[in-house]
Design a protein around this ligand. Structure first.
Ligand SMILES: *Cc1c(COP(=O)(O)O)cnc(C)c1O
Length: 423
């Protein structure tokens, strides 16, 4: 049996209707921006394997750091114990995060990073004897698949089976160009009508919605409104973190600082699952008390796994090299060139770029659903051509590893142009 055949016997895949889905492709090797399947076919990974891999597959610098840590201290419980890799990650993050971030809490994935932030926002007010139980989130937000993260997510198709079982979430429009005032007014109105504890947002780019972008000035204004009303702000940088937007964090473009930041995805360079939620001293202090009930009773078995920490340290070191920063600028310039060319195409509605993120919306006769027919046609075309791209409805986006070569990028652009002609 091939790997693909064995897979269908044993495995259940994410976001997959197994009755209608095509068999998955078995990947046996990865190097740089390339992947090879079990038959030796080569693919360009143009979405960095769901946005986790900035430095390329099988990166030896990160692999060596992991090996060294595995043979020194692979893991130790973090309840009652600590270790140097966790402390070094915290020191490094506090140096590079928005200036007000002072405390670091580890978990395992983007959803748990969000789960922790939402629980902290709710308990913050509980600890202060204030009744605030509503979370504010954007329309079409994506914050993960665990329960509180799912509640905050606005892509209904992921969450429809669970309606009525969620914490209280109220949605406001995203302040995309021309809709800023509507968004500000909605936020003020929501804060007036509900007992709001926190506002969670994907800063500047909504990834899962199809790389929807909005301006830093609008986000600054929303944060100011929250701050004036004592509503905690949560920047979900799970997708945008670690260079994707052209700065280390999307929040680096924004004049106001958030109360909490969620990190995962590229944190370990796409090697080991790990996540972090960070907090201001002021948030931490609301839990600091002689009363044990005011503590944050949240934890995961593999909290601050030293091997994950070693991978994160190596990744952050790579990100800060001149070479990697130059790569990010090179890809951004290349995207902007492609955008100029493609946005004039008669079948293109619009195209947009921020950092290494590029998205193009293709004209479609019908309203394209998330997994609609155009999406399937596009996806299959890309795979056949050996390019890994996962369109969101009629939106095709690129989020390449920073080490992708100009030649590989050109092939990705050319394949997208052909796809636009084809659909
Ligand atoms: C992917 C993502 C998450 C969820 O992360 P998982 O590791 O898949 O649980 C949360 N927020 C944002 C913005 C994401 O892009």
């Amino acid at each position: 049996m091939t790997l693909t055949e064995k897979d269908s016997q044993y495995l259940w895949h994410p976001y997959t209707q197994h009755k209608t889905a095509q068999a998955p492709i078995a990947i046996s090797r990865g190097e740089g921006a390339l992947l090879w399947d079990e038959n030796g076919k080569e693919y360009i990974d143009a979405i960095a394997s769901w946005w986790v891999n900035p430095f390329g597959h099988s990166n030896t610098f990160i692999a060596n750091a992991i090996y060294k840590q595995l043979t020194t201290l692979e893991h130790v419980l973090f309840g009652g114990f600590t270790h140097e890799p966790a402390i070094k990650v915290a020191e490094k993050l506090i140096e590079i995060l928005p200036k007000n971030q002072q405390k670091i809490f580890f978990s395992d994935n983007g959803s748990t990073a969000v789960e922790v932030a939402i629980k902290v926002a709710l308990q913050y007010f509980f600890n202060k004897n204030e009744k605030r139980t509503t979370i504010i989130a954007f329309e079409n937000a994506f914050h993960g698949d665990t329960f509180a993260a799912m509640a905050a997510s606005g892509i209904s198709f992921y969450t429809q089976a669970f309606q009525g079982m969620f914490i209280d979430v109220v949605r406001i429009p995203v302040p995309v160009k021309g809709k800023e005032q509507e968004s500000f007014d909605a936020l003020k109105n929501v804060i007036e009508k509900h007992n709001c504890a926190g506002f969670i947002f994907e800063p500047l780019v909504q990834g899962a919605a199809g790389m929807v972008m909005y301006e830093p000035e609008a986000l600054a204004k929303l944060i100011q409104i929250c701050a004036a009303n004592n509503v905690l702000t949560i920047a979900d940088e799970v997708m945008t973190g670690f260079g994707k937007t052209g700065k280390t964090f999307a929040m680096d473009y924004v004049s106001e600082n958030p109360d909490m930041v969620c990190l995962s995805k590229a944190l370990t360079g796409g090697t080991i699952p790990m996540a972090i939620t960070t907090f201001t001293q002021e948030v931490f202090d609301a839990f600091y008390d002689d009363d044990i009930n005011k503590a944050l009773f949240h934890g995961h078995t593999f909290t601050a796994n030293p091997t994950g920490c070693a991978a994160a340290l190596a990744s952050m070191e790579l990100l800060q090299t001149e070479e990697m920063q130059a790569n990010i600028k090179r890809i951004n310039a290349s995207h902007l060139n492609f955008q100029k060319k493609i946005e004039k195409h008669s079948k293109v509605i619009t195209a947009r770029t921020l950092g290494v993120i590029f998205a193009v919306e293709i004209k479609s006769d019908s309203v394209e659903s998330y997994y609609g027919s155009m999406r399937t046609k596009l996806y299959n075309f890309f795979i056949e051509k050996g390019v890994v791209l996962r369109p969101v409805g009629n939106i095709v986006y690129i989020l390449p590893p920073y080490i992708m070569t100009d030649e590989q990028l050109s092939k990705v652009y050319k394949t997208i142009e052909e796809a636009i002609e084809m659909v």
